[in-house]
Design a protein around this ligand. Structure first.
Ligand code: SAH
Ligand code: SF4
Ligand code: F3S
Length: 439
């Protein structure tokens, strides 16, 4: 009798990684593996890694060593994702018990790599050379998210921002055909999903290889798929953000009232050093298009503080920008030097403590902005999609179209299921969430 093939997969990083894992799980299952809940029960342990900040590679090695200590003989290890691509064969030197190392641009070769793994090979690599134009499409995607169907429409990145590893870890920018995207959207709808999130490192840099649809047209077409009630997309790059995206949101009710548009810095001087290819003014022009929409489009962003050479004056410009845009959500990060990136050669004389101070200043300011923004929802009734529950507090957890977290109480004995929609009256507001009751 053949022994059962089992695997355990742990995922870190962005939504693209989360969705890649759904595709990897589906591929493994198709190859006869069964997913288990713990490392102990698994024959194959896979680690889907992220390399975006903070010595990510060291953390991966620590984790692998820990796994190894706890789970002695007979197990095999695979490192996937951005650290895998970044460190490549060095992983075998540092962690000799690892048998497979693959970056995301090589996942389409996974079935073949798994056959080699089963044949006992111990140094299998799937590493990208920024040459491939192929995307990873599979009909076997094992969707793990109960309420949101992810679809990757563009992979890789060609932007080479001075601080960023992604162009080195995820390969060349390459888009999927829009017919294939729409076919997947219909499949997702048939499976019962009502929310779709289109994904790409720069989702709006999408260029249909078949030349049939622009990004905005694809967005609208996905929004018109029967059964779909909410469409989100992330992340938008300001340089490629065009007015027709806002027009599509205005025209198609299922497109959510939310745009995530990472600015990184409010100083044109720093933006230039970052190689972002837009100025503060260009960015604010795009914001003005979004604000001129008929729909109440919520705007969120990412900020990096402490990029090499950032002065107090640059930081003030970022603070001014926060106040001008009035974001509903800001993800703030301390600059962290990453392997291979041009910024690594710049003089990084800002101390960790100073970076931490700058980040705190930004987040404190933003908290006040959000307090005011969120307070405007008091008394409103809004549609919330249920994502889960917090039984201890007797609350249901969900999200508004604007992507704001909403915690609410519900008179029903049985909490509404993830993926269902509830009308909620907002009775209290906080800087990061809304609270209310189902009506
Ligand atoms: N493609 C998206 C962002 C992808 S990475 C874009 O261009 O907007 C997600 C976020 O991580 C970035 O927006 C940036 O704010 C942050 N980030 C990326 N590299 C970083 C680094 N080296 N140090 C600190 N933050 C970083
Ligand atoms: Fe990184 Fe810039 Fe590409 Fe975004 S656009 S993934 S920040 S290189
Ligand atoms: Fe991390 Fe790679 Fe995503 S570095 S943020 S997992 S693209």
């Amino acid at each position: 009798m053949a022994t059962e093939k089992t695997f355990y997969l742990e995922t870190f990083g962005c939504q693209m990684n989360a969705h890649d894992s759904e595709k990897v799980i589906g591929t493994l299952e198709h190859e006869g593996y069964r997913q288990v809940e713990s490392e102990e029960d698994a024959g194959l342990i896979l680690y889907n890694t992220c390399s975006i900040r903070d010595k990510a590679e060291q953390k991966v090695f620590h984790r692998l060593d820990e796994y190894k200590r706890q789970h002695r003989e007979g197990k095999r290890f695979a490192v996937l994702g951005c650290v895998a691509q970044q460190e490549g064969e060095k992983i075998f030197e540092r962690a000799p018990y690892v048998s497979l190392v693959s970056g995301s641009a090589s996942y389409r070769k996974l079935p073949e790599m798994l056959v080699r793994l089963e044949a006992g090979e111990t140094r299998i690599t799937g590493l990208d050379d920024r040459q491939t134009d192929e995307t990873f499409e599979t009909e076997f995607t094992a969707r793990q998210n109960p309420y949101r169907g992810y679809i990757t429409i563009i992979e890789g990145c060609d932007k080479f921002c001075a601080y960023c590893v992604v162009p080195f870890t995820r390969g060349k920018e390459r888009s999927r055909g829009s017919d294939s995207v729409l076919a997947e959207a219909r499949r997702i709808a048939d499976q019962g999903y009502t929310e779709i999130q289109l994904l790409g490192q720069n989702v709006n840099s999408y260029r249909d290889p078949e030349g049939k649809r622009s990004f905005a047209e694809l967005l609208a077409a996905v929004g018109e798929v029967a059964g779909i009630r909410r469409v989100r997309f992330t992340t938008s790059h300001p340089r490629d953000f065009t007015r027709d995206i806002v027009e599509a949101i205005d025209a198609v009710p299922t497109l959510c009232d939310h745009v995530h548009l990472p600015v990184q810095s409010g100083s044109s001087r720093i933006l230039k050093a970052m190689n972002r290819e837009y100025t503060r003014e260009d960015y604010l022009e795009r914001i003005s298009w979004i604000k001129a929409a008929r729909r109440p489009i919520s705007i969120s962003t990412d900020i990096i503080v402490g990029f090499p050479g950032e002065t107090e004056e640059d930081l003030i410009q970022t603070m001014d920008l926060l106040a001008e845009v009035e974001y509903d959500c800001v993800f703030g990060f301390k600059y962290s030097g990453r392997p291979n990136t041009p910024a690594l050669t710049m003089i990084d004389s800002i101390s960790e403590a100073e970076k931490a101070r700058r980040l705190q200043v930004v987040l404190d300011r933003q908290r006040e902005i959000q307090r005011v923004n969120y307070a405007k929802h008091l008394g409103q009734i809004m549609e919330v999609m249920v994502e889960g529950a917090n039984p201890a507090r007797g609350q249901v957890i969900g999200r508004s179209s604007q992507n704001k977290p909403v915690n609410f109480t519900c008179a029903q004995a049985i909490a509404p299921a993830p993926g269902s929609y509830v009308q909620v009256k907002i009775t209290a507001t906080h800087p990061n969430s809304l609270a209310g009751e189902a009506v």
